[in-house]
Write a protein that binds this ligand. Structure first.
Ligand SMILES: NC(=O)c1ccc[n+]([C@@H]2O[C@H](COP(=O)([O-])OP(=O)(O)OC[C@H]3O[C@@H](n4cnc5c(N)ncnc54)[C@H](OP(=O)(O)O)[C@@H]3O)[C@@H](O)[C@H]2O)c1
Length: 309
């Protein structure tokens, strides 16, 4: 008989679990996807387009976006649009969100995949630690700006591409700049992903009667460009050692398609998935007090006013 691991360690088993799939059509649906120029987001837009969905990419690199638009439109009978924003700059994210909000009143699915992992501590122009800004605040802000459209389009789904890496660290709200705590890539990454989870739980509550669901997912351990911004040694290790244990990101695209389209997912909200398997996140990510605090701080740092939800 197979021995079950304790709930908090179940993620080790789930890595090898048989995944769920969906062949539900996404014909005519509008999906907004951040981080779609590479890796997991790119696999997601290809899979969504194969399922018939029209795509709006939110990305920072116009050359890459044009190439992907041409590639997908040539292969599938869908339309692909793109809106530019550097997620290190929250003003750009707000503007991109407003643009999409005005141009696309109907949005069926929002997938946020933009993300980075940095072994060094960097700050954006507003003085916010970069990983926290890109992985959490920017995706949070984009989600927030598009909420009215998602609610008006219900049933609609939001999926935050999170990570098992949230288990590496909680959030030190009093030290988001890591002045008193030693910064490491794993801790900075973990803090950003934990913060995102808190806002997923909070938004799921706030959206409970709207027909809009929000879930977070770990996209597997897959071969992408993440980490390529780091130093030579890191990259050598990534490509010569870690690489052999990583999978094809097609599995992430498939999982995102399942979460975005499967009928049985329609009413599921406020959950964490390891690919397509529902899982318990780390205990520190379930602290209700911290959740409230992160919500307030995230709204403050993204410049959201009290009038907004
Ligand atoms: N790969 C894994 O095994 C793994 C595991 C767990 C979680 N994840 C999560 O999966 C998500 C996608 O990562 P990935 O593995 O697919 O990495 P990736 O190949 O590097 O893709 C990251 C995407 O985010 C975009 N991005 C990064 N910084 C940005 C910025 N400042 N402004 C706008 N867009 C920005 C990138 O744009 P460019 O193309 O312009 O660089 C790219 O489209 C991340 O949230 C990551 O934390 C990945």
């Amino acid at each position: 008989m197979k021995r079950e691991l304790p709930e908090q360690l179940r993620f080790l088993q789930n890595r090898k679990a048989v995944q769920k799939h969906s062949e539900e059509s996404m014909q005519g649906k509008l999906c907004v996807v951040s981080g779609s120029t590479s890796g997991i987001g790119y696999e997601a837009v290809k899979r969504l387009a194969r399922g018939g969905a029209n795509i709006v990419m939110v990305c920072r690199n116009e050359e890459k976006a044009k190439k992907i638009k041409a590639e997908i439109e040539q292969q599938y009978s869908v339309s692909v649009d793109y809106v530019l924003a550097d997620f290190a700059d929250l003003n750009q994210v707000r503007q991109a969100g407003e643009l999409i909000k005005n141009k696309y009143p109907h949005i069926d699915v929002l997938i946020n995949s933009a993300g980075i992992h940095s072994t060094t501590k960097n700050f954006n122009q507003a003085g916010i630690e970069m990983v926290f800004c890109v992985n959490h605040l920017a995706n949070f802000l984009l989600t927030y700006v598009l909420l009215d459209n998602l609610i008006a389009s219900a049933p609609a789904r939001i999926i935050q591409v999170n990570s098992e890496g949230h288990r590496f660290s909680g959030v030190n709200l009093e030290d988001l700049a890591w002045k008193k705590h030693h910064y490491t890539g794993l801790k900075g990454y973990g803090a950003s992903k934990t913060a995102q989870l808190y806002t997923v739980w909070e938004l799921a509550k706030k959206l409970s009667d709207t027909g809009v669901t929000i879930n977070a997912m770990h996209p597997g351990e897959v071969k992408t460009n993440i980490g390529n911004n780091n130093g030579k040694l890191y990259r050598w290790f990534l490509h010569h050692v870690t690489w052999h244990f990583l999978k094809d990101p097609v599995i992430s695209g498939e999982a995102l398609y399942y979460l975005a389209s499967a009928k049985e997912m329609e009413a599921i909200t406020g959950k964490f998935f390891n690919l397509t398997i529902e899982e318990q996140p780390a205990k520190h990510a379930l602290d209700p007090e911290k959740q409230k605090q992160v919500w307030v701080v995230s709204r403050h740092l993204t410049g959201l006013t009290d009038k907004e939800l």
